[in-house]
Design a binder for this molecule. Structure first.
Ligand SMILES: [Zn+2]
Length: 224
């Protein structure tokens, strides 16, 4: 299988996530490598993660708790994080510029931040994933990563030149041509330790890291 060449990713790399832990589940080893290469790393998290509780008693505080955890984890990893705080499992309502109720849609939020961050490479969840929010982020990002390169909306900043767009695997395997990143020991440790810091998601994370093969390789697909 073809190996992901980190040299081709440029200096500023953006990971787009539906939920706070997606990009670390899918790209934690690669992020470890990029931190060591002194790359500038950004993460955009679309949802507030409000449905990610596994005990009823956590229901009212899950959003605040996840955010606190997340800021700590990403700051510790020299990652610049942006929250869109959109409702969990509802991103299909935000596949637009402006919602029917006049709120900013996912297109508008992402357009603004892409023209501001101006990444060389962008990683988004793969559309094969079963989670509807991951599919929505994939669709929104594919459209907007192209739109920001077009000579439109100059008030949002200058158009970007062509960026490298990759899709990453979260839960379901990428079928067909994929590139892989093989984690070295340092990357494996980083990924495991970082994921374990998502205490509110412990049950799900423990299930994921208990399968050691999940810490050996990551799979990506080059979109453009
Ligand atoms: Zn997710």
């Amino acid at each position: 299988m073809q190996q992901l060449d980190t040299q081709l990713l440029g200096d500023r790399i953006l990971f787009i996530s539906a939920h706070d832990d997606d990009s670390l589940i899918g790209c934690g080893g690669l992020i470890s490598n990029l931190i060591n290469l002194n790359k500038e790393i950004y993460t955009i998290i679309f949802t507030d993660g409000s449905l990610g509780y596994t005990r009823e008693s956590d229901k009212n505080e899950i959003v605040e708790r996840r955010k606190r955890e997340c800021i700590e984890i990403y700051t510790h990893n020299q990652n610049n994080v942006v929250f869109f705080d959109l409702p969990d499992m509802s991103l299909n309502n935000y596949e637009c510029w402006e919602t029917i109720t006049g709120d900013k849609g996912g297109y508008q939020l992402l357009f603004y931040h892409l023209r501001k961050i101006r990444p060389d490479s962008v990683f988004i969840p793969h559309h094969y994933d079963r989670h509807p929010d991951h599919q929505s982020v994939n669709r929104i990002a594919k459209i907007i990563c192209w739109q920001v390169t077009q000579p439109i909306l100059p008030d949002y900043g200058k158009p970007l030149s062509q960026l490298n767009l990759y899709a990453y695997q979260v839960w379901d395997k990428i079928k067909g041509a994929a590139v892989e990143y093989i984690l070295n020991k340092r990357d494996q440790e980083f990924k495991k330790n970082t994921l374990q810091k998502f205490k509110s998601q412990q049950l799900i994370i423990n299930q994921f890291i208990s399968d050691e093969t999940n810490l050996l390789r990551e799979h990506y697909q080059l979109i453009s």
